[in-house]
Design a protein around this ligand. Structure first.
Ligand SMILES: NC(=O)c1ccc[n+]([C@@H]2O[C@H](COP(=O)([O-])OP(=O)(O)OC[C@H]3O[C@@H](n4cnc5c(N)ncnc54)[C@H](OP(=O)(O)O)[C@@H]3O)[C@@H](O)[C@H]2O)c1
Length: 313
């Protein structure tokens, strides 16, 4: 277990992504995935109120509902649930009223009396940041939320958030959720240093680059039956494939899959507390969990750093 920033939340160092629930995993498959995750020691589950509104026939909230049904059925003792606000079709943006209403709706769907970690999903420049910061702080002081996080925010806007929160003596963000993996290292320029300076944990999403970092897309033309295939296969560039080859070579020495090795690299990056990866079926969960125990050597980390070095612009 590892602690998220300055919070009191202790989590397994790999979070289970919840955007599959109600999308590529139906209720039964979702229960199997969640059961396998917890049986293997996992306890950190990531969702959002909007998941999975993009699926025809869905409206948003399906992922939280499935997680809520699973929590009610299994009554696990130490799970940490993270969810997010701003993208649900009925609860768009980060005005104070919307943040409060969306949080109440999430609590209802999840069937819990508090949210462990509540993220602003995307920045909303149409609302004064101070209003959003206060709305989150009020959720914490009213006991609806234990800790605050931000996702997809620029470093400059996180600085602003911290300034507002300090001045109001409001709850500070304990986690940042950026898009970060071996084929997308953008957060290293500004977000990682900021996280280190303020002791905020990183919880990176797309940790497997939508499946590319499992090694199953060896060509940009790879057709797959997953709705993620197109998004994932676009990373099959010459450099992307060199990264996969290096992961495969390094993984052999650890008896670890390409996916496990990619997640282990990310877990060991500065400020990262737990990469988020999803599974569309329970058989995939083992590779995710295994990343928590693989310790890459300094030389292996160096090789992966080098092969994934972003091209200078
Ligand atoms: N904050 C944000 O804005 C944001 C944005 C996106 C995602 N997220 C969060 O991050 C989570 C992870 O993102 P993601 O699910 O889109 O991408 P991901 O974790 O990078 O990719 C996961 C996908 O890879 C495939 N996979 C996983 N394990 C595998 C294995 N062992 N072997 C082969 N394939 C495997 C599965 O898809 P297939 O079986 O379909 O190939 C799985 O759904 C989401 O669930 C969500 O919680 C947050």
């Amino acid at each position: 277990m590892t602690r998220i920033g300055n919070s009191d939340l202790d989590v397994f160092p790999l979070a289970l992504g919840g955007n599959v629930f109600g999308w590529t995993a139906d209720r039964d498959a979702s229960f199997e995935i969640l059961d396998a995750f917890v049986a293997g020691g996992g306890n950190f589950i990531d969702t959002a109120d909007s998941y999975s509104s993009w699926v025809p026939g869905n409206h948003g909230g399906e992922s939280e509902e499935i997680i809520g049904q699973w929590l009610a059925s299994r009554k696990p003792s130490n799970v940490v649930i993270a969810t997010k606000v701003s993208q649900h079709p009925d609860f768009q943006g980060l005005s104070a009223n919307n943040v409060r209403s969306a949080a109440e709706a999430s609590l209802k769907r999840l069937g819990v009396d508090h949210i462990d970690l509540y993220y602003a999903h995307f920045d909303d420049p149409s609302v004064l940041l101070g209003e959003t910061v206060n709305a989150f702080a009020n959720l914490v002081s009213d006991g609806l939320v234990r800790h605050v996080g931000v996702s997809n925010y620029s470093a400059a806007r996180i600085h602003e958030w911290l300034g507002f929160a300090h001045r109001a003596s409001a709850a500070l963000p304990v986690a940042i959720q950026p898009h970060y993996n071996l084929v997308h290292r953008d957060p290293e320029s500004a977000i990682v240093p900021l996280a280190q300076e303020y002791d905020i944990s990183l919880v990176p999403y797309y940790a497997l680059a939508s499946g590319f970092l499992t090694g199953k897309y060896r060509s940009a033309d790879t057709a797959g039956d997953s709705p993620r295939a197109q998004g994932a296969a676009r990373y099959a560039t010459p450099q992307g494939l060199r990264i996969i080859d290096t992961l495969e070579e390094i993984g052999k020495d650890h008896k670890a899959s390409i996916a496990t090795t990619a997640l282990a690299w990310l877990r060991e990056r500065p400020a990262v507390v737990a990469p988020i990866a999803s599974a569309s079926r329970s058989a995939q969960v083992h590779d995710l969990l295994a990343s928590a125990i693989v310790e890459l050597t300094a030389d292996e980390v160096h090789r992966l750093d080098e092969v994934s070095q972003p091209d200078p612009v």
